[in-house]
Ligand binder design. Structure first.
Ligand code: GLU
Length: 506
C-alpha cells in the first residue's frame, strides 16, 4: 500500500510571506487535498538570530485569508507535534551523534578565528572563498585530525564544538525530482555542512531531515533555491533512515518578474498576501501593503498563483479552489521559471469580481466604504449599486471610486468641463427637466431616458450634448456608470436636488 500523503510547508519566521512562499503553500495544499492527505505547517525557527516576532502569526493570517488551512501546525495541533523546531531541540542531538558513531559526521572545534584563517590561507584566484570540505577538513581542528581521546577530553572539558557532515569524495548522489526528473550531484563540490551548532540547536539541514522523518512526510515541495542543499539531505536520509523512507522531492521553479528575476523591490511593489495589523517589515520598517489591501479576492489570488508554473493542459484560466484541487498534478508543474505579471493578476481579479455574487461581495464593499467615512448604507441600495458597478471594478478598492456618489452628494463639480459649452438654453432645459422629473411616477431606466430625450428634442438640443453636464451634476466629474442608471438608483428627490445645486454653480 502506498504511504499516506503528508506534505509540509516549512517556513522560517524571518519576515513576510512573498509570492513564491504562498505558491509553495498552495501546491502543498492542492496536492494534499486531492489525495485526501494531510497538509502540515512546521515552523523552522532554529536560527534564533533571524527570528522576527510576529512573523509566525502573520504567516497563519496569510493562510487563513487565502483559505489554505493546515490540518496540523503549532496553531492547529496534531499528533506529530510540537510543530516548532525550537521546541523539538532534544530530538536532534541523538541523530547527529549517531552519524558521528557511524563515521559519517565529526566534531569540529574550530573557533571563528580558525575559520577566518582557513579562508585567508587557502584563498586562491580560482577559489576565492574556500569551503570547509574534503580538501580542507584534514587541516583543521576536528575529531578526524586528533585522536579520539583528545576529542573526548575536549568535549568533557566543555569545549565548544559543532558536528559537521563528512561529505564523501567523488560520489554521485542521484534522486528523482517530481518537477525536474533525475537530478545528480557530485558530492565533492558540497562542503561539510554544520548539522548541530555549538548551542546544541540543529541547523536547517539536520532538522529538516529528522522532522520530515518523524512527521512521516511523503512529499516535500520547496523552492528551487534549496536544490543545491538536496545532496546533503539525500545523504542524511541514506545514513539515518534509509532512502526508501525519503519523501519524494519537488523543487518548484522561481517566480520571475515580467522582465526576469523578481527582485525584492518587486516583492514590495507587488505586495505580500496579507497585511497583518501592526506588522511591519523589519527590513524596511514599513507597513507592507499586500494583495489583500490592494483589493484582491482570495479566490482570484490563489487562481493566478496556481497558474504561476502550472496549467491543466487546456486553455482554461479561471479555476475555483475546488477545480484546482480536482485538476492539480505535480507532473504538470513546469521546471522553467514562472513569470509574474501584475497586470495579468489584476485581470484575474476582475474576472473574479464579475463572477462573484453580489451577496458575497457585500460585506467587503461595506467595510471598504465605511473605512472612507461612508456609513448608514442600507442593504438594498448597496446591493443595487454593487450589481451596477461590479463589472467596472478590477480591484475591490475600485468600488469606492465607482460608487461613493450613490451615498454622498458631490460638493464640487468639474466646472471646467462644463463651462465652455454651457448656455442659457441648456440651463433652461434642466429647469424644465426638473419639472418633468417631478411628474414621473414610473421611475425606471427606460422612462427616464425617454423623457430626457423627448424634452431635448422639444428644446432643439442634441441629447448627447446634455449628457455630460447632467453626469457632472450628479457625480461631480466625468466618471461613473451610465448616467440614467445613476438617476434610477438615486431616486427622484436626490436627482432633483443635485440638479438644482449644480445649476447654482454652473
Ligand atoms: N525553512 C526553509 C525555508 O524557510 C524550508 C525549506 C524546505 O521546505 O525544506 O524556506
Amino acid at each position: 500500500m502506498d504511504k499516506r500523503v503528508r506534505v509540509r510547508f516549512a517556513p522560517s519566521p524571518t519576515g513576510g510571506l512573498h509570492l513564491g512562499g504562498m505558491r509553495t503553500v498552495l501546491y502543498n495544499y492542492l496536492f494534499a487535498k486531492k489525495q485526501d492527505g494531510d497538509f502540515i505547517v512546521r515552523i523552522e525557527d532554529t536560527d534564533q538570530s533571524r527570528y522576527v516576532p510576529g512573523a509566525e502569526e502573520y504567516i497563519f493570517n496569510c493562510l487563513k485569508w487565502a483559505g489554505l488551512q493546515p490540518n496540523e501546525s503549532p496553531l492547529h495541533g496534531g499528533d506529530y507535534g510540537p510543530y516548532r523546531q525550537s521546541e523539538r531541540k532534544e530530538q536532534y542531538t541523538q541523530y547527529a551523534e549517531q552519524l558521528v558513531k557511524q563515521g559519517q559526521a565529526y566534531y569540529a572545534f574550530d573557533t571563528p578565528a580558525d575559520l577566518e584563517k582557513m579562508r585567508q590561507d587557502f584563498k586562491t584566484e580560482q577559489n576565492p572563498s574556500p569551503q570547509y570540505d574534503h580538501g580542507i577538513r584534514m587541516k583543521m581542528r576536528n575529531s578526524l585530525t586528533m585522536n579520539s581521546d583528545e576529542a573526548k577530553r575536549l568535549i568533557a572539558e566543555g569545549a565548544k564544538f559543532v558536528i559537521r557532515i563528512k561529505m564523501p569524495e567523488h560520489e554521485t548522489v542521484t534522486f528523482k525530482d517530481l518537477v525536474r526528473g533525475e537530478v545528480s550531484f557530485d558530492t565533492s563540490v558540497v562542503d561539510d555542512k554544520v548539522l548541530l551548532k555549538a548551542d546544541g540547536m540543529p541547523t536547517y539541514h539536520l532538522a529538516v531531515v529528522v522532522d520530515d522523518y518523524l512527521m512521516k512526510i511523503s512529499h516535500a515541495f520547496r523552492g528551487e533555491e534549496w536544490l543545491p542543499s538536496a545532496p546533503v539531505h539525500v545523504l542524511l536520509w541514506k545514513y539515518l533512515f534509509g532512502l526508501d523512507k525519503m519523501p519524494q522531492w519537488a523543487h518548484l521553479p522561481l517566480i520571475l518578474g515580467p522582465n526576469g528575476k523578481l527582485s525584492k523591490r518587486d516583492g514590495a511593489k507587488f505586495g505580500f498576501p496579507v497585511f497583518a495589523m501592526n506588522w511591519t517589515d523589519p527590513k524596511t520598517n514599513e507597513l507592507t501593503e499586500g494583495f489583500k489591501e490592494k483589493g484582491f479576492l482570495p479566490g482570484a489570488f490563489i487562481n493566478f498563483l496556481a497558474l504561476l508554473g502550472w496549467n491543466d493542459g487546456t486553455e482554461q484560466e479561471i479555476f475555483t479552489k475546488e477545480e484546482l484541487i480536482d485538476k492539480f498534478s505535480i507532473e504538470r508543474v513546469h521546471s522553467g521559471g514562472a513569470k509574474f505579471d501584475y497586470e495579468k493578476a489584476k485581470w484575474f481579479n476582475h474576472e473574479w469580481i464579475r463572477k462573484t455574487e453580489v451577496g458575497s461581495l457585500k460585506s467587503e464593499v461595506r467595510i471598504l466604504l465605511n473605512e472612507t467615512g461612508l456609513t448608514g448604507i442600507e442593504n438594498p441600495m448597496l446591493e443595487k449599486v454593487i450589481t451596477l458597478v461590479k463589472d467596472r471594478c478590477t480591484l475591490l478598492t475600485d468600488f469606492y471610486d465607482q460608487s461613493w456618489f450613490f451615498f454622498k452628494a458631490p460638493d464640487n463639480w468639474d466646472v471646467d468641463a462644463v463651462k465652455p459649452k454651457w448656455s442659457e438654453d441648456k440651463k433652461d432645459f434642466f429647469l424644465s427637466y426638473i419639472d418633468k422629473l417631478s411628474t414621473i411616477s414610473n421611475w425606471q431606466l427606460a422612462t427616464l431616458e425617454e423623457s430626457f430625450k423627448t424634452l431635448a428634442t422639444e428644446k432643439n438640443i442634441k441629447p448627447g450634448d446634455l449628457q455630460l453636464p447632467f453626469r457632472i451634476m450628479l457625480v461631480g466629474g466625468k466618471f461613473g456608470p451610465p448616467v440614467f442608471n445613476i438617476v434610477e438608483l438615486l431616486g427622484k428627490d436626490e436627482t432633483i436636488n443635485r440638479i438644482k445645486k449644480a445649476l447654482a454653480v454652473f
